[in-house]
Design a protein around this ligand. Structure first.
Ligand code: SAM
Length: 286
């Protein structure tokens, strides 16, 4: 008997991954949570039927959403992660000795509990004394915060269900307010390839551009995500992602990565012409 996990990427395209076994299945207050083991992608987490991360390619996403802003900001000490209940972003953040505090705001405590039990390769750093877990809605959390963080990383699900509010003008405006005067916000920014995803990507970018003086998009290749071409948003009050990249300082940290390098950092911001066109009508030119 063959078992396969399938995710519809469009009404006409699906990704199917052969599965050895289902390790966990449960329904939290917010979403369906499933964990599978597979010969190709190893163990993977699925929320409401959507691929969140796989053992084989999560390093790409977690390195790119974390190290790009931290190679630019000269002294990021106070970090806010919204979403990210699997722990992958926190695992990358704790590699920086000069980070002093990491607030993780995850709406669904069940996700973190399941990841601690079944995904130790991402949920491995929650015990770091700098990490403070808050199980609540990130949209509400940022409403009451002012001038507190150097970096906000929005590691959310897609712009529907519990994640919908994290792609709104209100949310981006409140993130702007919650950041210090030289703060940076990075978000998972969907994909430019399939029509529905491209519309969501353009809509989010427009709202970010309306909230931050500098807003660029960068890319990575993530095989288990729809089309494999995945984008991240880099929004900043002051620093430019390329002009203010400090390669020497970041490389001197000696942080071992399997995807991120400061050379790739520069290349990641050179996006295809069709993506530039998709975003050009809403992007600052600088
Ligand atoms: N890397 C994945 C991706 O790109 O789709 C995201 C991984 S992480 C598991 C996404 C997390 O965002 C989930 O645990 C989900 O519960 C959380 N989340 C969704 N909406 C949220 C909200 N409004 N506030 C805080 N966390 C939220």
């Amino acid at each position: 008997m063959e078992y396969w996990f399938s995710e519809m990427h469009t009404p006409n395209v699906k990704l199917s991954i052969r599965v050895d076994k289902q390790v966990y299945s449960g329904q939290s207050e917010y979403q369906r949570i499933d964990v599978f083991d597979s010969p190709e992608f190893g163990r993977f987490l699925v929320l409401d039927g959507y691929m969140m991360l796989t053992q084989k390619d999560e390093f790409i996403y977690h390195e790119m959403i974390t190290h790009v802003p931290l190679a630019v900001h000269p002294r990021a000490k106070d970090i806010l992660v919204i979403g990210g209940g699997d722990g992958g972003v926190v695992r990358e953040l704790v590699k920086y000795d000069d980070i002093e505090s990491i607030d993780l705001v995850e709406i669904d405590e069940e996700v973190t509990r399941v990841c601690k039990e079944y995904l130790p390769f991402t949920a491995c750093s929650f015990d770091d004394p700098r990490v403070h877990l808050h199980f609540e809605d990130g949209l509400k959390f940022v409403r009451s915060v002012k001038d507190k963080y150097d970096l906000i990383i929005v590691d959310s699900t897609d712009p529907f269900g519990p994640g919908e509010g994290l792609f709104t003008r209100e949310f981006y405006g409140n993130c702007y307010k919650a950041l210090h005067e030289d703060g940076i916000m990075v978000n998972q920014h969907e994909s430019p390839f399939y029509t529905e995803d491209a519309i969501a990507c353009q809509r989010a970018h427009k709202r970010i551009v309306e909230s931050f003086p500098k807003a660029k998009v960068y890319q990575a290749h993530i095989p288990s995500y729809p089309s494999g071409h995945w984008l991240f948003g880099f929004a900043s009050k002051k620093y430019h992602p390329l002009r203010d990249l400090n390669e020497k300082k970041w490389n001197a940290r000696g942080i071992k990565c399997r995807y991120y390098t400061t050379t790739l950092h520069k290349g990641a911001f050179y996006i295809p012409a069709y993506v530039e066109e998709l975003l050009s009508n809403v992007e600052h030119t600088d």
